[in-house]
Design a protein around this ligand. Structure first.
Ligand code: PLP
Length: 516
């Protein structure tokens, strides 16, 4: 009887529709398809689920033996309730397979030392963790458009500082009903990152360099999104702009999956007992990855601490320690560039959740951030924040030391972002004495940031006068790992996109791309 009752409540629960509300409270609730299609709420807020999800012990049990793609379909069903189970299974199967990933497990968990594990999220086509979401979001978007009565063809515009652009291109390449155009700063990306983008294949893709820095590219894209005339013109030709950046709930939801998957793997291998808490260490920039860990915990995953690892752009470390978010500081270029960020957009969702959905206060904080570059949270919220999160940061020196020390001690080669996580975890254990089993989230392949990694392992002399492609081979030799397919021979592939424009010419470039 008890069991029947529990199954019944689970089924009822799963049949419930989830709606999405804005963190700023000035937009009516929307369906998950609507939230994915819109990306950001028109009131400037971010979409969040209107009620927490629960992953039942029965579902945990069932997922233990499942491959990654099936786990993904199960978890996503709880959040994206207007997609059918079959649709989500199809999306997950097309995203998480061995054509796109170089390992069967998709997101493997490796033991670094007893009780310390690394979750590798970079086995996808572009060698960074952005693939985990950007391989599946492109499968959601055309369906979301169809479900919401959208007639236009979806046109994704992306401004990228490096990793997101390539991951979005790979994800959207040749996806029916979509086109994608990526703008990158002409002088602002690494040699590998540039070649990854300008050699991009696919019939629905456009790539354009913008004279200037990332901010020029970013503000240019924002200006296009918000220009009524441009939107009307593309609308009349049957197109609709959408966004693939990390404030889209369709990018966040797939990231919740790997927190569960890592836990389930450890459970299956007997490294964890049922219900045993774990810590996750997350190299953080825009707060998207670690926020997915928060939602996993909210859904019932036994998470003890979420350890937010920052580089010298340490706004988040100060915030977790003091409750003061202050972006008025010097922007530092570090060897972990994907974390060089001073406004962590996704933090807004955490503020919403921890304040119990107090949209008025969230709105005030975000206004203060816009006007003064800072805001302060107090009392109860700060206590909750500190009970769950811990944070520290690493200098470039410490990051390189962590790469070398880890390699000497364990033979594991970490990239610069992951190494920030390793260093901050060391500080965490020293300062707290907490020996809870811990998973370090690894966000990029060491081959992607090979110059810093080789320098950390072999010293400055070893990299002098060598380009990133020679260093790929050097790193393969040192580590005994194979160069990922996506990076190999990059310098020999034909350049398919060689355009460069000024910021003002970006709309023209979009029209040309769409042939309108
Ligand atoms: C994007 C990125 C990060 C930061 O992730 P957020 O979700 O923005 O916090 C960390 N490491 C790498 C390699 C990345 O590409």
């Amino acid at each position: 009887m008890t069991l029947d009752f529990r199954l019944l409540t689970e089924q009822l629960w799963e049949a419930m529709e989830m709606f999405y509300v804005s963190t700023r409270g000035n937009h009516p609730a929307v369906s998950s398809a609507e939230a994915i299609k819109m990306g950001i709420s028109p009131d400037g807020g971010l979409f969040v689920p209107d009620a927490p999800v629960r992953v039942s012990p029965e579902l945990m049990q069932r997922m233990k033996e499942m491959p990654y793609r099936e786990r993904a379909a199960e978890i996503l069903r709880l959040y994206l309730t207007d997609f059918t189970a079959a649709e989500l299974e199809d999306c997950a199967a097309r995203a998480y397979n061995t054509n796109n990933y170089d390992v069967e497990e998709i997101a493997p968990v490796k033991e670094l030392e007893p009780g310390t594990y690394v979750l590798e999220l970079w086995h996808g086509p572009t060698c960074a963790f952005k693939d985990m979401a950007l391989q599946i979001l492109p499968r959601f978007l055309p369906r979301a458009a169809a479900k919401t009565g959208e007639k236009g063809e979806i046109v994704i515009l992306v401004a990228t500082s490096g990793d997101t652009g390539k991951a979005a291109l790979e994800g959207f390449k040749d996806v029916p009903g979509t086109r994608i155009m990526v703008f990158f700063p002409d002088q602002g990306v690494s040699q590998v990152q540039r070649l990854q983008m300008v050699t991009q294949e696919g019939d629905n893709v456009g790539v354009m360099a913008v004279r200037g820095n990332f901010d020029d590219a970013q503000s240019g894209v924002k200006a296009i999104f918000t220009d009524a005339d441009i939107n009307r013109r593309v609308g009349e030709k049957g197109f609709r702009f959408s966004s693939a950046n990390s404030i889209n709930w369709g990018r966040l939801a797939p990231q919740i999956v790997y927190y569960f998957s890592a836990y389930l793997d450890l459970l299956r291998e007997g490294k964890l007992a049922e219900g045993e808490p774990v810590n996750f260490v997350v190299p953080t920039g825009n707060f998207g990855n670690i926020l997915a860990g928060f939602y996993a915990r909210q859904a019932g995953l036994p998470v003890n601490r979420l350890i937010c690892a920052a580089n010298e752009n340490n706004v988040l470390t100060d915030f977790v320690r003091t409750g003061i978010y202050d972006r008025n500081r010097r922007f530092v270029r570090t060897i972990s560039p994907s974390m060089d960020i001073l406004i962590s957009s996704n933090l807004e969702r955490l503020l919403y959740e921890l304040s119990g959905g107090d949209t008025t206060t969230v709105r005030d904080w975000m206004n203060e951030l816009r006007e003064k570059g800072m805001y302060q949270v107090g009392g109860g919220l700060l206590a909750q924040l500190q009970a769950l999160f811990w944070s520290d940061f690493s200098s470039d020196r410490e990051t390189k030391d962590a790469i070398r020390e880890t390699f000497d001690r364990t033979g594991y080669v970490a990239d610069t972002h992951t190494a920030v996580g390793l260093d901050v975890y060391k500080k965490y254990v020293l300062q707290t004495g907490d020996r809870t089993k811990t998973v370090i989230v690894s966000t990029a392949s060491p081959f992607k940031f090979n110059d810093s990694v080789v320098e950390a392992l072999q010293g400055k002399e070893a990299v002098k006068g060598k380009d990133e492609f020679e260093l790929l081979h050097e790193l393969a030799r040192i580590s005994g790992l194979e160069i990922p397919v996506g990076l190999k021979d990059l310098d020999r592939r034909p350049v398919r996109h060689d355009g460069v424009v000024d910021r003002e010419e970006m709309p023209r470039a979009v029209f040309d791309f769409l042939n309108i």
